[in-house]
Every structure is written in C-alpha cells, then in structure tokens.
Design a protein around this ligand. Structure first.
Ligand code: MG
Length: 245
C-alpha cells in the first residue's frame, strides 16, 4: 500500500467509527425558534442599534447633577465631556438594572499629583457600585483602588492602562443585586469588565455598596442611575452607551 492510500484508509476508518458513535436524528437537537433579534453592532464610533446613547459628544440631555437633580455642570468641548472640578457628580436621568455599558475615558495628559489624586473619577452603577477610573500608568496606589478595580472590593486581574492623555475603554456587564421582600439579599451584584479589550474583572461578586471606610453591605434598592464621579481631576469621557439586559 502506498503512503497516501494508507493515510486515506486510516482517515476513512476514523470517520466511520466517529459516525458510528453518533446515532439518531441530528434535527432533534436543533433549535430554530425563537430567532435572536437582529442588531446592527455599530463600530468604534457608533453604538449598536439597540443601545441607549448616553453621551454622543453633543449635549448632556441624558444627565443631571447627582446632588440636586439640576443641570449637569460638566464641560463639553470638541465632542468630549470633562469633569468640572467642584460641579459634583453627574447621573443619568434614566435608571437601569442589568446592563452592558461602553464608556471611553481619558486622564489628563499633564501628570499632576500621585496615587488616588491622579486622574481620579469613577463610574457608579445604580449610584452605588464604583468601577474606578484612575491614571494607573506607573502610578502606585492600593491595588483594590487602582484603575479597573471595583473600589475596595476587587483589584483588576491585570493593569491594562494606557498612558495619561490617551483614550481608554471600559466594556462592562453589570448584573444588579436582587432582594427578597423583607429587604435581605437574594443574589449579589456581579460585574465583568474589559479594559482596553483586556479582561480585568471576571464575573466578580460585590459585597455591597462601595464604601471609602469600612466593610461594604447591601441595602435593598431598585434600579438606579449611572453616576460619574467628580473627584476634582479633569478626567474626560466620550462615546457612552448602554444596553439593557
Ligand atoms: Mg474614583
């Protein structure tokens, strides 16, 4: 038998034996309905067709001051939203539960201060659970408070920060906590985060609302706003969209 015929014989034999293990009707395991809804995925500058656009560079129509519900007092210039120090946090008018969030952020190109004082902002889900925004490029601080941490609860798996002044992305899957009638916790909040397309939080479980001091705990609540933090540093944002899950 020549070499090629030998290989062919072996290959046919393997196919026959693997088919022999697969008896029955393949159609029995095919699912044809329902059919997933068609979504235009967009691109780097355009949100998916089923997303709620929270900021597209034009205005702050979707946002209010977190403090008093009045006008959101941050700056928009050349399509970029920037924290105005002292204006306070801003929050979305709408409230959300489980969601997918895309947000782009940039810490100041001019490096000032250090640790938690350098390019600090943050994204709060349901106004309670902070995903840290910080210039963590060659900037030491406590690991569970660096960029990509779920503040004081989970440090990021890796530091995927770009240098100050460069745009960075977060893509987040947030699962809201669920509560029983009596107010006790049924299931905790869970978070997955990609930072610049790198997985940094893998479906981690939150211990409760973000606290600066002390151990986190849960208090029963319903859907809540996305809130962006004014930590006194001129951090910028652009291209913010959310999909309800
Ligand atoms: Mg912060």
């Amino acid at each position: 038998m020549n070499r090629y015929l030998f290989i062919l014989t072996i290959a046919l034999g393997m196919t026959a034996s693997s088919h022999a293990q697969q008896q029955g009707d393949p159609k029995a395991t095919e699912v044809w309905t329902p059919v997933p809804k068609v979504v235009d995925p967009g691109n780097t500058s355009k949100a998916p067709s089923d997303a709620i656009v929270l900021f597209d560079g034009k205005n702050l129509d979707q946002w209010v001051s977190a403090k008093d519900g009045g006008k959101a007092g941050w700056t928009i210039e050349n399509g970029v939203l920037t924290v105005k120090a002292g204006a306070g946090d801003i929050k979305t008018k709408d409230v959300f539960g489980d969601c997918q969030l895309h947000i782009e952020w940039r810490t100041p190109a001019k490096v000032e201060s250090e640790g938690q004082g350098r390019g600090n902002s943050g994204i709060f889900f349901m106004q309670q659970y902070e995903l840290q925004v910080l210039d963590s490029y060659n900037n030491q601080t406590y690991s569970n408070g660096q960029a990509g941490s779920l503040y004081k609860q989970h440090m990021p798996l890796v530091n995927a920060c770009r240098p100050p002044g460069e745009w960075q992305t977060y893509d987040v899957i947030f699962t809201a906590p669920k509560f029983k009638e009596d107010g006790s916790l049924l299931s905790p909040a869970r978070v997955t985060v990609l930072h610049n397309n790198v997985l940094i939080q893998n479906n981690v479980e939150l211990k409760g609302k973000t606290l600066y001091i002390g151990q986190p705990f849960y208090e029963k609540h319903g859907p809540g706003s996305i809130q962006l933090q004014d930590h006194g540093n001129p951090v910028s944002y652009r291209n913010i969209w959310l999909r309800k899950l």
